[in-house]
Design a protein around this ligand. Structure first.
Ligand SMILES: NC(=O)c1ccc[n+]([C@@H]2O[C@H](COP(=O)([O-])OP(=O)(O)OC[C@H]3O[C@@H](n4cnc5c(N)ncnc54)[C@H](O)[C@@H]3O)[C@@H](O)[C@H]2O)c1
Ligand SMILES: [Zn+2]
Ligand SMILES: [Zn+2]
Length: 346
């Protein structure tokens, strides 16, 4: 089969790989129908995730159809259409029993990381019963690819941890796919303001289309002053950090209202400064989280019932065989006006 293979920092190829086989009775083999590329794949390609080794097939998102199941898989059978979770959960370890699937002692984020991933014609999914989701008949499978990772990430790490509430004020720093997913799901709770902050004018424009009440271009505007003017000098009740650099985390510290919640989503590679001299008396909460994908069934219901339309995040479509072109488009987001790309193998 063909797959997108990592060959060390800066090196990738779309090449022949052996088709995966069942290795444990709890495995399933899924034929990929649609997959996508994540910002995290770009981090891997830059060499930021050194545990990813030469020869690894990338990708941790997708939908497909079951080609084969191990003898202990009881919830899925050949021919079932499935949504693949970016997080593999054994369902039995201490962390799984606490619904912290991201910390599963036998899984967690392994797809396209420690084991071969979804940017291929076939993928092996360990613990299939607890790591795949049935796709209801008639559902838009392309839209559901957004539920493998970015929607649960924006929702769990941003909106739920940030305690977005009716009438509250929210700022989201970073209008990438994850920040926009937080915007779409923050709306479940009817906050009075959702202020989107980014440097990319196109993404801010998309954010306005998605329902942001205000946008601030932090390269061109005095972001703290603008935000304070919008919030009557209080700051926001929830500040969602969806970039992953010190400057944007510290911005969240400057715009949080007393009693507010800073929900970090971004993956950080460097230490950030905690301004406790300003924050100690402000009754704030800071949260961090790796996505658990524990809300995927809930999000699936909202997509099927058309409360949520994640398809809006898809800007480009390619055949799987053109994945190198898709990487070019995805990695030049500003020039190409790209958010999520869909790769089809149907
Ligand atoms: N916690 C988790 O489980 C989890 C899961 C998936 C992704 N992530 C992380 O979430 C973050 C966002 O992911 P994404 O795919 O949307 O990334 P992305 O790179 O597509 O988006 C980041 C956005 O931040 C903007 N930005 C960059 N510097 C900025 C600055 N100084 N001020 C304001 N905006 C700035 C960029 O223009 C871009 O639109 C990444 O760090 C990613 O690794 C975390
Ligand atoms: Zn991802
Ligand atoms: Zn587990």
């Amino acid at each position: 089969m063909k797959a997108l293979v990592y060959h060390g920092p800066g090196q990738k190829a779309f090449e022949d790989k052996p088709q995966p086989v069942i290795q444990a009775p709890t495995d399933a083999i899924v034929r990929i129908l649609k997959t996508t590329i994540c910002g995290t794949d770009l981090h891997i390609l830059k060499g930021d995730v050194p545990e990813v080794t030469d020869g690894r097939i990338l990708g941790h998102e997708g939908v497909g159809v079951i080609a084969e199941t191990g003898s202990n898989v009881s919830n899925f059978k050949k021919g079932d259409h499935v949504l693949i979770s970016c997080i593999t959960a054994c369902g039995k370890c201490e962390y799984c029993r606490k619904s912290m699937y991201s910390h599963c002692e036998n899984g967690g984020w392994i797809l396209g990381h420690l084991i071969d991933g979804t940017q291929a014609e076939y993928v092996r999914i360990p613990f299939a019963d607890t790591s795949l989701h049935h796709i209801p008949a008639g559902a838009d499978e392309e839209a559901l690819v957004m539920l493998s990772d970015i929607l649960p990430t924006g929702y769990e790490c941003g909106v739920l941890n940030g305690k977005v509430a009716p009438g509250s004020t929210v700022a989201i720093v970073g209008a990438g796919p994850v920040g926009l997913a937080a915007l779409l799901t923050a709306d479940f709770y009817s906050p009075s303001k959702i202020i989107m902050i980014d440097l990319d004018e196109n993404r801010l424009q998309v954010a306005r289309q998605f329902g942001a009440t205000d946008t601030i271009n932090s390269e061109k505007e005095a972001v703290v002053e603008r935000l304070m003017a919008i919030t009557g000098n209080r700051g926001v009740d929830t500040a969602i950090e969806a970039v992953g650099i010190p400057a944007t985390f510290e911005l969240c510290e400057s715009i949080i209202a007393p009693g507010g919640c800073i929900a970090n989503v971004g993956v950080h590679g460097k230490p950030v400064t905690l301004h406790l001299q300003d924050l100690w008396a402000k009754n704030i909460t800071i949260t961090t989280r790796l996505v658990d994908t524990v809300t995927t069934p809930l999000l699936l219901n909202t997509v099927v019932s058309k409360k949520l339309d994640p398809k809006q995040l898809i800007t480009h479509r390619f055949e799987l065989q053109d994945i190198l072109k898709a990487y070019e488009t995805f990695s030049h987001a500003e020039q190409e006006k790209s958010l999520k790309v869909i790769l089809s193998n149907d």
